[in-house]
Design a protein around this ligand. Structure first.
Ligand SMILES: Nc1ncnc2c1ncn2[C@@H]1O[C@H](COP(=O)(O)OP(=O)(O)O)[C@@H](O)[C@H]1O
Ligand SMILES: [Mg+2]
Length: 243
C-alpha cells in the first residue's frame, strides 16, 4: 500500500514542502538553518537554488534528497509524506527516485570510473555483467565512452563530475539534486555540465540545482533565492509559469 495516499497533493507537484524548519543547537545557541520554508516544484521542472553562503541551501537539498529530516514541517515527495516512509521505503526512494551530484564529486579515489558508476547497482544486488553493461552505457551517455578504466586522479575536474553524473543517473532517477555541481570547475567544464543537465531536463527529469553563480542559475527555468533560511525570491525565467 502506498503510504499516506489520503494526503497526496493534487496539483501534480513532485516536491512539496510546508513550513520546513531545521534547527541546529550547539551549546546554548540555535542556528535556524531553515526557518519556515514552503514551496512546490512541478514534475519535470529545472530549478536553481541561490543564496549566500550559510543561507540554508545545502540543508534544504539534504532534506529534499532524504539525506536528513526537518526539525519540523512536512515534505511530500512524489505524493508520499516522507515522514511516513519506513527506512526500507526511504532507502528505495533514495536509490531509485533520486540522483545526487555534489560539488566535490564524492568519487571513490582508487576505483575506476566504471566501478564508481556501478556502485549503486552493486548495492542493489545487480549481477556483474549487467552492472558493467549499464555503467558503460551511462558513461558513454555523458561523453566518457573512452574513460571506463580511468581513476578519478587520471581525469579532469569536468570529467570527474561527468562520472558522478553517470553514477547519479544509473538507476534512472526521476529527480536529480545537485549541490554546487560546477563549484569546482572552470567555466568551460561548468558549461558542458550545464549542457548535460539541460539534456536531462529535456528528457523529463526534474532537476534541483544549488549554485551561487547567477550565470549558472540562468540555465534553469526557475530561480529560488534563500537568505537566512528563508525563501526570499522565486522567479521564473523564460516563459512557462504554468509549469
Ligand atoms: N550539521 C550542522 N550543525 C550545525 N550547524 C549547521 C550544520 N549544517 C549547517 N549548519 C548551519 O546552518 C546554516 C546553513 O548552512 P548550509 O545549509 O550549509 O548553508 P549553504 O549551503 O547555503 O552555504 C549555517 O549557519 C551552518 O553553519
Ligand atoms: Mg552549501
Amino acid at each position: 500500500m502506498k503510504p499516506n495516499s489520503v494526503n497526496k497533493p493534487k496539483d501534480g507537484s513532485v516536491i512539496r514542502v510546508d513550513e520546513l524548519h531545521k534547527h541546529f543547537t550547539m551549546g546554548d545557541t540555535t542556528v535556524r538553518a531553515l526557518d519556515g520554508v514552503s514551496f512546490t516544484i512541478a514534475k519535470g521542472c529545472f530549478v536553481a537554488i541561490m543564496g549566500p553562503s550559510g543561507s540554508g541551501k545545502t540543508t534544504l537539498l539534504d532534506i529534499l534528497g532524504c539525506l536528513s529530516r526537518p526539525t519540523t514541517g512536512e515534505y511530500w515527495l512524489a505524493g508520499d509524506k516522507v515522514s511516513n516512509l519506513s527506512d526500507r521505503q526511504l532507502a528505495r526512494v533514495r536509490n531509485h527516485e533520486i540522483g545526487f551530484v555534489f560539488q566535490n564529486f564524492n568519487l571513490l579515489a582508487r576505483s575506476s570510473a566504471q566501478v564508481n558508476v556501478e556502485l549503486p547497482l552493486f548495492y542493489d544486488g545487480v549481477a556483474r555483467r549487467d552492472r558493467t553493461r549499464r555503467a558503460r552505457e551511462a558513461l558513454t551517455a555523458v561523453g566518457l565512452g573512452d574513460r571506463f578504466h580511468h581513476c578519478p586522479n587520471e581525469l579532469s575536474g569536468g570529467q570527474r563530475q561527468r562520472v558522478a553524473i553517470a553514477r547519479a543517473l544509473i538507476n534512472s532517477p526521476s529527480i536529480i539534486f545537485a549541490d554546487e555541481p560546477t563549484g569546482n570547475l572552470d567555466s568551460a567544464s561548468g558549461n558542458s555540465i550545464m549542457k548535460l543537465f539541460k539534456d536531462l531536463h529535456e528528457k523529463g527529469h526534474t532537476i534541483v540545482m544549488v549554485t551561487h553563480e547567477r550565470e549558472i542559475a540562468e540555465h534553469a527555468e526557475r530561480i529560488m533565492s534563500f537568505r537566512d533560511g528563508r525563501l526570499v525570491t522565486d522567479e521564473w525565467l523564460h516563459q512557462n509559469p504554468s509549469k
